[in-house]
Design a binder for this molecule. Structure first.
Ligand code: SAM
Ligand code: DTB
Ligand code: SF4
Length: 326
């Protein structure tokens, strides 16, 4: 088990020692030069009742994001097929909900999960808080992963979000785990948090048993109208150090270089891969903000000699859910 001090020492060591350590852990646990490609789709946009201070989709901030009701299944299928032909092995469906409710919208989401799964893609969803029975329904529909980020440390949580608690987050992650869906959970850097906050978040994530199968590290995208609109872009060196420390503390996880790539150079992104990142979001939009498109990322993969990971490698889900995998 790491302490805040021991992880900070890892994070603060000379850059090339840190990258070397992370690269060794990476090569002992993953296929080198293989990067998983996910694509995001915002199935329900804006109008969210929560007050997450980074988020352009919170109803209480004037960010210019247009509210859009839940998409139709057919539309999601078209976008999924396009993402698949763009090279994505996973589709992540995001909804601006505080929590899932057992209603017709949820039934529609279950149909989306079934549909996208039938294409032979890993399906991920991020829909807010879940009960155990909702997580089970998603698992039965073929959900591969559930994304639910801790975002920051327990101590800093109330400075960033006041409408739910850190424990609510852990509770949902626990429900996801119990249902046999893989866990995707990470956070954001560049919100004004301290190094201690960053390390504390990593300690919580690495203490989950089993550890999350994927950990997204987002660089804050400061959006006009949100309380964090004035935050300066997080230095690339912080991203590299955070990714390396995540790789070292959670060796087997897929570390995703997530939001913020449009403002990073190719050289900067190369350092993130060298530090142990082995996943990205590709496609011109994240949920509401810009992201490199499939062609740009194909060029980057060619430049670096990277190959996209095929879906369902070492699928850890219980056997009963694997029948539907094509
Ligand atoms: N409403 C659900 C929830 O909060 O879990 C799902 C969607 S929410 C937009 C998913 C994640 O996106 C957040 O937990 C946060 O980590 C990330 N995110 C949102 N806005 C962001 C921003 N401006 N910059 C970086 N990451 C952001
Ligand atoms: C995650 O960690 N990052 C993604 C995904 N999980 C859902 C979302 C990033 C959102 C960035 C702001 C936006 O596009 O709205
Ligand atoms: Fe809502 Fe999720 Fe945005 Fe928070 S992060 S305001 S819960 S959409």
């Amino acid at each position: 088990m790491h302490s805040i001090q021991s992880l900070s020492d890892i994070y603060n060591q000379p850059l090339f020692d840190l990258i070397n350590q992370a690269q060794q852990v990476h090569r002992a646990n993953h296929t080198p030069n293989e990067v998983q490609v996910s694509s995001l789709i915002s199935i329900k946009t804006g109008g969210c009742p929560e007050d997450c201070s980074y988020c352009p989709q919170a109803a209480r901030y004037n960010t210019g994001v247009k509210v859009h009701k839940l998409m139709e299944v057919e539309e999601v299928m078209d976008i999924a097929k396009n993402a698949q032909s763009g090279g994505a092995s996973r589709l992540c469906m995001g909804a601006a909900w505080r929590e899932v409710r057992d209603n017709r919208d949820f039934d529609k989401v279950l149909d989306m999960v079934k549909g996208v799964n039938s294409l032979g893609m890993e399906v991920c969803a991020t829909l807010g808080m879940l009960t155990e029975s909702q997580a089970e329904k998603l698992a039965e529909a073929g959900l591969y992963a559930y994304n639910h980020n801790l975002d920051t440390s327990e101590k800093n949580y109330e400075n960033i979000i006041s409408t739910r608690t850190f424990d609510d987050r852990l509770n949902t992650l626990n429900n996801v785990r119990k249902a046999g869906v893989t866990v995707c959970s990470g956070g954001i850097i560049g919100m004004g948090e301290s190094l201690e906050d960053r390390m504390s978040m990593l300690i919580t994530l690495s203490s989950l048993n089993p550890q999350p199968e994927s950990v997204p590290i987002n660089a804050l995208v400061p959006v006009e109208g949100t309380p964090l609109e004035e935050q300066p872009m997080v230095p690339i060196w912080d991203m590299v150090r955070m990714i390396a420390t995540t790789r070292i503390s959670i060796p087997k996880t897929v570390v995703r270089l997530s939001a913020g790539r449009t403002r990073m150079s190719l050289e900067g992104q190369a350092l993130c891969f060298l530090a142990g990142a082995n996943s990205i979001f590709s496609g011109e939009k994240l949920l509401t903000t810009a992201n490199p498109d499939f062609d740009a990322d194909k060029e980057m993969f060619n430049l670096f000699g990277l190959t996209p990971k095929t879906p369902f490698q070492n699928d850890p889900r219980p056997k009963k859910f694997l029948e539907n995998v094509v």
